[in-house]
Design a protein around this ligand. Structure first.
Ligand code: SF4
Length: 232
């Protein structure tokens, strides 16, 4: 699964310059709610990626155990308890999959989609994700009472990893959260652009959307995706 290698190389560079700390896996699972329960502004302590602050979310797949050796939750910046107000935010999921199980063509497309959609299925109590599929922003509102009870990124990360791993193709997940001021959010966004391009290309190829490919800036990515899908 070489498609996302550029993303991993870029992430490696960013992590070299901005070391992340590894969070301890929570001893007790945080409570979840059935649906995305609304947290009103009056009950919120702060927002991650609110207003005009960075709110980046992306995903990269690999089958290489050197890139994603095991489940891990990483953090650059302050954990939820140490944030004093709205904060810039990024969440990147690096996912190791069993390539043979991913399939090709339509099956590959559906598998990638199902894994990406895990984020719509988690509802930790006191943590309301606000996802825009259109702008690719992922912000979150954090409730005051959840903070008082000790909600942390380790809890949210454990929820997400558990959800990703419900898909049989997923072997391990390295999850990175970022809240640091001064972090190069625009560089991270640029690095992960390739991941968004892959999703767009897959979407066009599988839905047979008729566009002028000769003038499309995603042509190179699209050719790589088509080769992987067995359509080239
Ligand atoms: S090259 Fe063609 S199919 Fe691929 S993303 Fe661009 S317009 Fe869509």
């Amino acid at each position: 699964m070489k498609l996302y290698d550029e993303c991993f190389a870029g992430l490696h560079e960013i992590l070299k310059k901005n070391p992340a700390k590894k969070l301890v896996w929570p001893a007790v699972k945080w409570n979840g709610t059935d649906k995305n329960k609304i947290i009103f502004q009056s009950d919120a302590a702060f927002e991650l990626g609110g207003a005009n602050l960075p709110a980046i979310s992306s995903v990269a797949f690999t089958d290489d155990p050197d890139l994603v050796p095991a489940d891990e939750i990483l953090l650059i910046g302050n954990d939820l308890a140490d944030l004093n107000g709205d904060s810039p935010f990024a969440r990147i999921a690096m996912i190791r999959v069993n390539e043979d199980e991913m399939g090709t063509g339509e099956r590959l497309y559906q598998t990638i989609r199902r894994i990406e959609y895990a984020r719509y299925h988690i509802h930790p109590e006191g943590y309301m994700m606000r996802i825009s599929a259109f702008t690719h922003r992922e912000a979150a509102r954090v409730a005051r009472d959840a903070l008082a009870k000790g909600l942390s990124f380790a809890h949210v990360g454990a929820f997400l990893i558990e959800e990703y791993k419900k898909q049989p193709q997923v072997e391990a997940v390295k999850l990175l959260f970022v809240t640091a001021d001064g972090f190069p959010y625009d560089t991270l966004e640029k690095v992960m652009e390739k991941s968004e391009s892959i999703t767009t290309a897959l979407d066009h190829i599988m839905r047979d959307i008729k566009m002028d490919c000769r003038t499309c800036s995603l042509k190179t990515v699209c050719d790589e995706v088509e080769a992987l899908c067995g359509k080239a």
